[in-house]
Design a protein around this ligand. Structure first.
Ligand SMILES: Nc1ncnc2c1ncn2[C@@H]1O[C@H](COP(=O)(O)OP(=O)(O)O)[C@@H](O)[C@H]1O
Ligand SMILES: [Mg+2]
Length: 174
């Protein structure tokens, strides 16, 4: 079973639809880590996941609230841990357990919903089963106009449930 998938999208809408497709196969207890610089398309992708999960409320990045919870076919818990780091873009980051405890991090991972985490580098080593999606600006296109709407999405599955979900996502997208 594949544990990695490289996908190129050429429009914001395609990135969103790629998320919708994932949202359609996600199950309770699934964890998705979402990475990439500002303007990469994380919010578009997250909105797609929410749509695929049947969430009707508008989804934004919970940069200030840290955690937002939505009701869909399953609960969607959307976290943005950016503000919990001293230096979010440092090569090695540490996230203090007390800061995580304060937002009730562990409780959200009790398996009752889908957990989507932005800026997850500081918790990755504590998780044993997750999909990670890293979005980068397209590098291949030479033309600036094309580069502006090309994104490379690198999907990685860690753990058996995530590998299974990756397969289902690939099948659903095909
Ligand atoms: N292929 C693409 N996928 C997603 N966004 C794209 C793409 N091409 C251009 N964009 C633009 O990039 C920006 C992505 O914004 P957003 O989803 O808020 O990113 P982030 O949450 O990572 O900061 C939007 O202005 C969108 O129109
Ligand atoms: Mg965003």
């Amino acid at each position: 079973m594949a544990n990695e998938w490289l996908m190129t999208t050429t429009s914001p809408d395609e990135t969103r639809r790629f998320g919708v497709c994932l949202g359609g196969v996600l199950q309770a207890g699934d964890v998705v880590l979402l990475g990439g610089p500002l303007g990469a398309g994380k919010t578009h992708f997250a909105q797609g996941i929410a749509q695929g999960l049947g969430v009707e409320e508008p989804v934004t990045s919970p940069t200030f609230t840290l955690v937002a919870e939505y009701e869909g076919r399953l609960p969607l818990i959307h976290m943005d841990l950016y503000r919990l780091y001293d230096e979010p873009t440092a090569e090695v980051v540490t996230l203090h357990p007390a800061a995580l405890a304060q937002i009730g991090f562990d409780d959200y991972l009790d398996g009752s919903g889908v957990v989507l985490i932005e800026w997850a580098r500081g918790v990755e080593s504590d998780l044993d089963d997750y999909l990670s999606v890293d979005i980068a600006h397209g590098l291949q296109a030479v033309d600036d106009d094309i580069r502006a709407t090309t994104r490379e999405l690198r999907v990685r599955a860690e753990g058996a449930a995530a590998r299974q979900r990756l397969q289902e996502w690939m099948d659903a997208w095909a």
